[in-house]
Design a protein around this ligand. Structure first.
Ligand code: PMP
Length: 400
């Protein structure tokens, strides 16, 4: 039965893509934007751009106010304090900020625990930090479903663990990770905890007072907002441990030729001109999302996800990786290379992702050189998935 999306018409790009005969199912990579975001960007640029936190003139004051309004909205979205919200250029830049800003805390022999399913953005900065400080990267193994194996993880996270960095929701396997137990255990061992919320933030509201991590990062562009903007949330005592990393602009308190002092968070970690329009656009996204019925969105996504998983399991020779909980499914097809499947889906206007999904070590661990990933957003409907399955069936007939 046809399942429409009540929010589809809010996203003008979906109709535009359809006119180009494109069905967009690569939402874990980036999402389309609601009209409200296009309007906010157009309003900012159309009514007078200005730099923030530095000009006394009216356009500067208005830009600063809109920019800081978004900080308040992000804080409200995550149940945090605005002073705990640092704007970055994306989840990757937030994680790099952490890996440099916390570097002084690490000594030879210290351990950093990450899981086997991390996106490169939550692996490479820690790997490089470990190399700089002679620390050791400990890899937490997964269970058969594609979740961090709690029993083993609790054994591997011990008194030498200085930091635990894990994804909330896997961008390859679509599995929620067992964060409450993991974070509580790491905290009890005295470790700092970092949660990569790049995928998790898109599906459901997450209360950071309940999640109790020290740091949480996400990118605006996956949450229906503009690209070039990320968020780094930090608990107060964790932010106090963060050293300033990038220098210049309004992050300075007093500058002199030989020495300078710097502002605390958040402005002290926002060196240079921030992505002003993008931040304002993120504010519009959150305003848009806050008006939606969260239960209806969750039910819609769950229903489409069920349709996707059933369609995949109904077809012979398809193996879904792990046991996806939500939002996406990655799969391989017996006897057919993922690049060939991707090629034939592309030919038929189906936009899905193929390859290693920026998680090369995970794919290697699964003994694969790639997989196809279909990922959903709130504007997708069951026809999008039907077009995908029709294209898949047609293509497989030719390839097999
Ligand atoms: N972590 C995860 C789980 C992701 O899926 C992504 C984006 N694919 C990132 C981090 C990095 O996000 P960005 O490229 O926006 O910095």
């Amino acid at each position: 039965m046809f399942q429409p999306s009540p929010w589809r018409a809010d996203f003008p790009a979906i109709a535009a893509l359809q006119r180009q005969h494109q069905t967009y199912l690569d939402n874990a990579a980036t999402t389309q934007k609601p009209q409200a975001v296009l309007d906010a960007l157009s309003h900012y640029y159309g009514h007078g751009a200005a730099n923030v936190h530095r000009a006394q003139h009216l356009p500067g004051a208005l830009a600063t106010q809109a920019f800081e309004d978004t900080r308040n909205k992000v804080a409200a979205w995550l149940n945090a304090d605005p002073q705990q919200i640092i704007f970055t250029h994306g989840a990757t830049s937030a994680l790099n900020l952490l890996a440099y800003g916390l570097e002084q805390d690490f000594q030879a022999g210290d351990e950093i625990a990450v899981s086997a399913l991390e996106h490169h953005a939550n692996l490479l900065p820690w790997q490089q930090l470990a190399r700089r400080r002679n620390a050791r990267l400990v890899i937490l193994p997964l269970d058969a479903h594609g979740r961090i194996d709690l029993e083993q993880a609790l054994q591997l996270i011990g008194p030498r663990t200085r930091l635990l960095a894990v994804s909330q929701l896997s961008n390859v396997l679509g599995t929620w990770q067992p964060l409450p137990s993991l974070l509580a255990h790491a905290r009890a061992q005295g470790a700092l905890t970092v949660v990569d919320g790049a995928q998790g933030v898109v599906h459901g509201r997450h209360d950071l007072q309940q999640l109790e991590c020290d740091f949480y990062v996400f990118s605006s562009h996956k949450l229906y907002g503009p690209d070039g903007v990320g968020v780094l949330y930090g608990r107060d005592r964790a932010l106090q441990r963060l050293r300033h990393w990038q220098f210049g602009g309004e992050m300075v308190q007093i500058a002199d030729y030989q020495a300078s002092s710097f502002r605390p968070a958040p402005l002290g970690f926002e060196a240079g001109t921030p992505p002003i329009a993008g931040v304002i656009g993120l504010g519009a996204t959150l305003e848009y999302l806050a008006k939606l019925d969260a239960n209806a969105v969750a039910a819609h996504e769950a229903s489409l996800h069920g349709y996707l998983l059933r369609g995949l399991s109904d077809r012979e020779g398809i193996r879904v990786l792990g046991t996806p909980d939500t939002a996406l499914a990655s799969f391989v097809i017996e006897g057919v290379h993922n690049a060939d499947i991707a090629h034939m889906l592309t030919e038929q206007g189906i936009a899905v992702r193929a390859g290693h999904h920026c998680a090369m070590p995970l794919l290697k661990r699964l003994d694969l050189d790639g997989a196809i990933r279909v990922s959903l957003a709130l504007y997708n409907d069951s026809d999008d998935l039907q077009r995908f399955f029709d294209a898949l069936d047609q293509g497989l007939e030719l390839l097999r």
